[in-house]
Every structure is written in C-alpha cells, then in structure tokens.
Design a protein around this ligand. Structure first.
Ligand code: PNS
Length: 177
C-alpha cells in the first residue's frame, strides 16, 4: 500500500522526518508532496523549488520515498495515485487533532480519500515549521529541530542575521541591540 504525506514543508522539521520515517516503514512507497497554492506563495519563507530541494536532500536516504508537488485539491491528487493510497498526516499533540480531524473528514466527503494519522515522538511535540522560522529569523540554533538540509537552508536564508549574532556572542555587550 502507498501513502502520500502532504504539507507545506516550509521547511521540513525533525517532527515531519519522524513521521516520515515511521510511514516509510509501514507503507511500500511514500510520496512527500508539497502542496502549493499560488495565492499563498508570498507568505512562505522558502520558494516551492527551495522546499522541494530541501526535501529531496533530507529524504535521499529513504529508498521508498519520493518528493512531488501539486497545486490543486489534495483529493484530486489522491485520485491520480495508485488505488488504495492513503493520506498520512502527523499528530504532535491533542491540539493538532481537531484541525486534522476536520480536514480528514472533508477529504473523505469531497473525494473519498482516507487519512491515516501517525503520532510524532513526544520530543517533537513543540516543534513546528513556523517556530523554527521564527527562531532562525533571529539567528537562533534550530539544528536539533530540523534535518541538516533545512538547517543549512535556514542559515543561507538568514546568513546576515547569523553572522551578526555570531559577532554579538563574541562580544556580549552588543547582544540584542
Ligand atoms: O503543512 P500544512 O500547511 O499543515 O499542510 C496543509 C495541507 C497543505 C496538507 C492542506 O492545506 C491541503 O491539503 N491543501 C491543499 C488544498 C486542499 O485540498 N484543501 C482542502 C482540504 S482543507
């Protein structure tokens, strides 16, 4: 049985990687699909191409994982997959469940798509792409929270902030100015 792991992945986190690792053990093939919405494009830190590149690098070691992208409804994408394919979504905490349950029901209602939830390890319960972006935008250390490909991309994206913070760390009197 095959699975699709959809998301924004802006960028992929260690929590996503944990869910993906578990999914890759359960399913024959897992497709990580960056869902893109042209109207939301300006609100992402990374472009679609950058997110795809990060994902390809971060998932290269999985023999049964591939990376794809789609710009429409998830149910239309699912209709193009092999019969019986399911959507995989990760749950970090109970707070994720309400939102995810609504989407899962909607996807079943509008496209008969089945969703399987995989619980991320508790150590990732506080990690989200948005928090990682926030920390990195101030030059903070996110290396534990994201795969190496995401950490490098974040450092490149905020190269000036990281350089400035490094200087400040060597001269604490400048911190936070
Ligand atoms: O990583 P995210 O942002 O939580 O992922 C949400 C995503 C992209 C999976 C969801 O917004 C989605 O499926 N978008 C595609 C459009 C769609 O099918 N919408 C209907 C279900 S809400």
């Amino acid at each position: 049985m095959n699975a699709v792991f959809p998301g924004s992945f802006d960028p992929i986190t260690s929590g996503h990687m944990d869910v993906l690792t578990r999914a890759a053990k359960i399913f024959d093939q897992v497709t990580v699909t960056v869902m893109h919405n042209a109207r939301k494009q300006g609100r992402h830190l990374f472009t679609l191409e950058e997110r795809m590149d990060i994902l390809r690098e971060a998932t290269a070691h999985f023999p049964n994982v591939r990376v794809d992208t789609f710009g429409g409804l998830l149910v239309d994408y699912m209709a193009r997959q092999e019969t019986g394919s399911v959507i995989v979504r990760g749950l970090r905490a109970v707070s994720d469940y309400e939102y995810e349950l609504q989407i899962a029901h909607l996807n079943r209602q509008i496209g008969d798509a089945e969703t399987v939830f995989i619980m991320a390890a508790t150590r990732w319960s506080f990690v989200s792409s948005s928090m990682v972006r926030e920390i990195a935008s101030h030059g903070g250390d996110v290396s534990e929270m994201v795969p190496r490909a995401s950490a490098s991309a974040l450092r490149r994206k905020h190269a000036d902030v990281y350089a400035e913070r490094e200087t400040e760390k060597q001269n604490p009197a400048l911190l936070g100015r």
